[in-house]
Structures are given as structure tokens and as C-alpha cells.
Design a protein around this ligand. Sequence first.
Ligand SMILES: Nc1ncnc2c1ncn2[C@@H]1O[C@H](COP(=O)(O)OP(=O)(O)O)[C@@H](O)[C@H]1O
Ligand SMILES: O=C(O)C1=C[C@@H](OP(=O)(O)O)[C@@H](O)[C@H](O)C1
Length: 303
Amino acid sequence: MEAKVIQKLQLSTWIDSEKIGRKPIRNVGFSQGFRDPKRGQVLISSQLQPGRSSSNWHRKVSLEVSCSYNNFPASVLESGKYHATFDERLILKNKSLEIEPYLKGRCIYLVGMMGSGKTTVGKILSEVLGYSFQDCDTLVEQEVGEVSVAEIFKLYGEDFFRDKETEALRELSLMHRLVVSTGGGAVVRPINWKYMHKGISVWLDVPLEALAQRIVAVGTDSRPLLHNESGDAYTKTFMRLTALFEERGDAYANANARVSLENIAAKLGRRDVSDLSPAAITIEALEQIEGFLKNEDGLRAAF
Ligand SMILES: Nc1ncnc2c1ncn2[C@@H]1O[C@H](COP(=O)(O)OP(=O)(O)O)[C@@H](O)[C@H]1O
Ligand SMILES: O=C(O)C1=C[C@@H](OP(=O)(O)O)[C@@H](O)[C@H](O)C1
């Protein structure tokens, strides 16, 4: 996909023609451009125009930055639901270009509680890195025969689902250049970590209150572990998530990198983590992956 974004900045300054030591000519201008096909184009132009008095000339300087990227992250970010700013898109593209060679084709596994944004962030991450996106739950559904996760739980039970999930992760561990959205419970079995550690794992750490709000907004039908409760939807969901997190919190911490929404909110000066866009969360994910890669390099150099 190609997208073109142009931003213009115009600066004006008064200059004294005596000081530049020559008789001004009307509309003297120059322009200078440089191109880097990967990163876009910057065009600087300057123009002299006569001012009100004969010795005063007005210098107009324009700076035009245009970006034309192949595979620019537009499809998810322009889907309407989660708009990303020009700056966010530029940072996403530049950060991913920076770190992509150091990934050496390794897959990225997103782990985290149900509703933490693994699918949403995973799709953006895969686009900016030029990776493919794969949802582990979808692989299990296809393997069992196009039935939903909720139906698999109902028909065959959780243990059966977990076995299929482990099998799917084993298959994914043989692949390259994928961003994988794992199911919220994939972290519990140690064997799954053996497979996920073939790539780089990233924990999306979202406060449980925000998770409960998101899940209640879309309903619990597709999430069988939350679906049995009756009563006030928010309270029941929150309580169930709390119990699950108590069992799993330590397991999420096995991930190579952690993306804490509370930390992002503090950095950006936001009071509520619900105000954080998927783009902002993806930027933090890239930064945390970069931190892991640098550490990994440092450790290798030390031995
Ligand atoms: N940053 C965000 N802000 C608000 N809602 C979000 C955000 N990220 C995801 N969501 C919403 O939360 C729900 C769960 O997100 P999803 O990506 O499916 O999570 P997971 O794959 O971890 O279960 C979806 O309805 C999604 O649109
Ligand atoms: O937390 C869990 O145990 C589960 C999370 C779900 O995936 P999401 O995290 O994508 O909702 C899905 O794998 C299944 O319902 C079990």
C-alpha cells in the first residue's frame, strides 16, 4: 500500500537589503530538495519579496516535507476506528525500519490478558515491520474445523483447546517474519514458552479496569472463560479477570519485553490509559523491542 503525506511549514523574516550588500531583485528565489526514496522527500525554498520601504525585503522560507512510502501503515491506522497522527505514523515507520534488520526474521509473539489489544496492536506492528499477522486462536479454529473458540470450549473442554493451542504454537515456531497474537492463556504452559522463545515475546500489560471496560463494550460471547458469570457485566468481568491475572501474572513476566500502558500514560502525561491510541501503544512496543535487542547485543558482546 502506498500513502503520500505532505506537511508544509512557512517562516517569514524581514531582512535589510543594505546588509546583504546588493541591490535586491524582485522574487529572487532558490530551492533545494533532496530525495531518499525510502524515507520521503524534503523541499526547502526561499524567496525574496519587496517590503514596504525600499531597503526592507521580506524573506519567505518554505519547508515542505513529503513522505511517500510503500507499505506505509495506512490500512489499519486509517480504518477510521483508530486514527493515527502524521507524527505517530512517521515514528512507527522510522522505528520499525531501524529495528527490523536486528530482528533477523524472528517472529514477534504478543502475550497478555484477554482484550489487552494483542490483535489490534499486532496488526499495526506487522504492517510497519513488513511482517505477516497471525492469530493463534484462528489457527486453532481452522485446525479443529472452522468452529469458534467458544464452541471448542463447549464441545471439547479447555484441556483439548490448550493442546491444540500448544500444537499451533509449535507450528508457528518453525516460521519467520510473523507477528503472532496469542490467546490470553498461552503463557501458562511452560512448553509454550519453549516455542515462543524462538522469537521475541512482548507482554501488553493493561490495567484490569481498562480491560474489563473494553471487554464489556464488545460482549463476552467470544471469550468463554468470562461468559459464565451473570449479574452486573463490568463487576463480574473485572472479578474474573482479577482471578485469572492472579494465576497468570508471573507467567506474563516471562516475556522478553513489557509494554505497560500505565508507563505510556505517565510518559505522555495522560491521566487515563483508555485515552492511549493503538498507534501510541505500538510505538512503545517497538521501543521496548529495541531495548531488548540492544540488551541482547550487549550480552553477546560481553561473552
Ligand atoms: N488502545 C485501545 N483503546 C481502546 N480500545 C482498544 C484498544 N486496543 C484494543 N481495543 C479494543 O479492545 C477490544 C479487544 O482488543 P483485541 O485487540 O481484540 O485484544 P486481544 O487480541 O488481546 O484479545 C477490541 O474491541 C478492540 O477494538
Ligand atoms: O485468556 C484465555 O485463557 C483465553 C483467551 C482467548 O484469547 P484472547 O486473549 O485473544 O481473547 C482465547 O484463547 C480463549 O478464549 C482463552
